[in-house]
Design a protein around this ligand. Structure first.
Ligand code: MG
Ligand code: ZN
Length: 249
């Protein structure tokens, strides 16, 4: 009997790669915003960032340096336990394991809380690309931005488009799952888009074909069907955009 995983890898034509946002997509709330909104000084920096008067990188630096109290991992974990996880995460992770589909989390938030949040929910081995945050012994948060944009107009500290493209090959079928502003640019370059929140609104406004979803269980169900029926077709406009970026580099 052939396992489902080997059926997927037996197909020599293409590899499916899934890229998934974290805040509001895997976590039930935008932790990047909520955490600093509670424990740092949000304004005027958030307003200035939204008006593009400061960069997202500058905004995150202000949030990290503005924490009102020294931060411990115990405090952070207590906070993270109060945030819900998407009820369909297990379904999605089960599917990608069964089908051996490469799955990468791309986030414009911070690895510190993403890893700890996932660990709280028993998830330990995902590939994660995000901004970096570490805690010093005296409770300060130090941040850095290893995936900052080069040659992309997206207004982000981690350029998800560049990550999606640098981690894929031209023949791959790219699946993108997201909910927010930092997902617009990578979704434009993906063959199959799963969207909720402002990403869904953006897709509607720009006539980007997408599957709307409420929870990751919806995504898992639809993806299972697409994988089984080999219905993951390239999206011409996305392939053209990817080609343009690759050739421009
Ligand atoms: Mg998000
Ligand atoms: Zn970008």
């Amino acid at each position: 009997m052939i396992s489902e995983a080997s059926q997927q890898s037996d197909n020599p034509l293409y590899t499916v790669r899934i890229f998934c946002d974290f805040d509001g997509t895997i976590s039930g709330k935008d932790i990047g915003f909520d955490f600093f909104n509670r424990f740092s000084v949000q304004e005027p920096w958030n307003g200035m960032m939204l008006n593009h008067e400061i960069s997202v990188t500058d905004y995150w630096r202000r949030m990290a340096s503005g924490l009102r109290d020294p931060l411990t991992t115990e405090f952070l974990d207590d906070y993270l336990r109060s945030i819900p996880v998407d009820p369909g995460l297990d379904d999605l992770l089960t599917l990608i394991r069964e089908r051996s589909v490469p799955f990468t989390v791309v986030s414009d938030g911070f690895d510190l809380y993403i890893r700890r949040f996932l660990a709280i929910h028993g998830v330990h081995h995902l590939d994660i690309y995000a901004n970096h945050a570490g805690l010093t012994a005296d409770g300060r948060m130090e941040v850095s931005f290893p995936h900052a944009a080069e040659g992309c107009a997206c207004f982000c500290a981690t350029c998800k488009r560049n990550l999606v493209l640098s981690l894929s090959s031209p023949d791959d079928r790219i699946v993108y799952i997201g909910d927010g502003v930092s997902d617009y640019c990578p979704a434009e370059h993906a063959d199959v888009i799963f969207a909720k929140g402002s990403l869904a609104a953006y897709c509607n406004a720009h006539r980007l074909p997408h599957y709307p979803f409420k929870t990751l269980a919806d995504v898992a169900l639809q993806l299972r069907t697409l994988l089984e029926r080999r219905r993951l077709r390239p999206r011409h406009q996305a392939a053209l955009k990817r080609k343009g970026v690759w050739e421009g580099e």
